[in-house]
Design a protein around this ligand. Structure first.
Ligand code: ADP
Ligand code: MG
Length: 397
């Protein structure tokens, strides 16, 4: 693509190339649940290795508090990367800056791959601290951003590095921008958005903007609980954010003024604990027991969402409808995924899905190729959709 500095134009022969990837893959009890994000890095990695580069991969993982956290180490990702690179050795350095990182980089030969430890173990990453950015920049001769999914963050590894070194957009980043532009530039209306997942707080700004843009907004997952509470409904022990009840009410008001149809669950699946094959109850949202948790949308809600989707021309989806990692609380997410996939296959709907967890759910249901486009990005793709220039992309123009 012409507007972003392309990787093909970057001279990488024998060079130390810092590649910002998104290795923030869904993990459950230390096991990688979905390798889509890793696999989609392959074109860039192959290009760099074929052109004799010394590849240094950098990424964040989870939300550490600016210091080392054993549970959020990137170490397990080295094996996963090695596996995808047909058992090519991927070395690991226990820090992303300083002596450990420098020694590991100095030991690297052209055509070899090194993974550095979680960037967010240093507060300078999120702060885009110039000292942290230059410590990182000192490890490379040039920089490649291959993560659309993190390009909405003005962090050191996204913006600071691109300013400090000769830089380019990797093939995955280019592909994401190109495809989203093609699919959503002049999105046909009615346009629906499905937003779910764990928290309102992480997607608040997006929800506020979406109600102005879309004709229908489906709210599911745990974030729906805060909205249900805002409507005075009982939510028992469900995951929710009490601080955001007022904000949720404002969003509902804004939607009703602007003519955006809001679809909240009217029935839900509840259980006392989030455990596999636990005893669960389907009930109306007015009847949630005080000792239970809402863990999925119910069958009537699925039917209503399906009906709305059948009147729409375009749908964008980020965030699962329930705690889909644990059966049977995946039923709502999978049912909606099947409905979207089927309408897409019939040529009635243009569908774009994004976000680590949705991509993982679609993958396990075998539905990935039935959507018009699947983005590795969640938040970034929603911000892009708001018409915002993402800082990581602006700096590569
Ligand atoms: P994405 O990665 O697709 O953007 P999020 O990271 O925001 O999605 O949220 C995904 C998480 O939300 C999943 O781990 C899922 O189990 C959790 N979740 C969804 N609905 C519920 C619920 N009702 N109760 C508890 N957790 C939920
Ligand atoms: Mg997630």
């Amino acid at each position: 693509m012409s507007i972003l500095r392309p990787l093909d134009n970057l001279d990488v022969d024998g060079k130390r190339v810092l590649v910002r990837a998104d290795l923030n893959v869904p993990m459950h009890h230390g096991r990688i649940e979905d390798t889509t994000r890793i696999e989609r890095l392959l074109p860039t990695l192959r290009h760099l290795l074929d052109h004799n580069a010394k590849v240094i991969l950098i990424s964040h993982f989870g939300r550490p508090k600016g210091e080392f956290d054993r549970d959020l180490s990137l170490a397990p990702l080295a094996d996963a990367l090695s596996h995808i690179l047909e058992d090519k050795e991927v070395r690991f350095a226990i820090d992303c800056i300083g002596k450990e990182a420098e020694d590991a980089v100095n030991a690297l030969a052209p055509g070899e791959v090194l993974l550095l430890e979680n960037l967010r173990f240093h507060p300078g990453e999120k702060a885009n601290d110039p000292h942290f950015a230059s410590a990182l920049a000192a490890l490379g001769d040039c920089y490649v951003n291959d993560t659309f999914s993190c390009s909405h963050r003005a962090h050191a590894s996204i913006v600071g590095l691109a300013e400090a070194l000769p830089s380019a957009a990797g093939f995955l980043l280019q592909q994401e921008v190109e495809n989203l532009q093609n699919v959503l530039q002049d999105a046909e209306k009615p346009l629906a958005a499905i937003v779910g997942g764990a928290k309102v707080s992480t997607k608040l700004a997006v929800l506020e903007n979406l109600v102005e843009k879309v004709d229908a907004l489906v709210i599911g997952g745990a974030m729906a609980n805060t909205f249900l509470l805002a409507q005075g409904l009982p939510i028992g022990n469900s995951l929710h954010e009490p601080d955001l009840v007022r904000k949720a009410q404002e969003i509902l008001d804004k939607a009703s003024v602007g003519g955006c149809q809001i679809l909240l669950p009217n029935d839900v699946v509840t259980a006392r604990a989030l455990e596999p094959q636990t005893e669960c109850t389907i009930c109306y949202v007015s009847d949630v027991a005080s000792d239970s948790m809402i863990l999925d949308i119910g069958p009537e809600t699925v039917g209503r969402i399906r009906e709305t989707l059948s009147t729409c021309k375009t749908v964008i989806w980020n965030g699962p409808m329930g705690a889909f990692e644990v059966s049977p609380f995946d039923v709502g997410t999978i049912s909606i995924a099947r409905a979207v996939a089927s309408l897409t296959q019939q040529g009635k709907l243009v569908s774009v899905g994004g976000g680590g967890d949705v991509v993982s759910a679609l993958g396990s249901a075998g539905l990935t190729s039935s959507f018009t486009y699947i983005s590795t990005a969640g938040g970034a793709f929603l911000e892009w959709l708001e018409g915002k220039e993402l800082p990581g992309i602006a700096v590569l123009r």
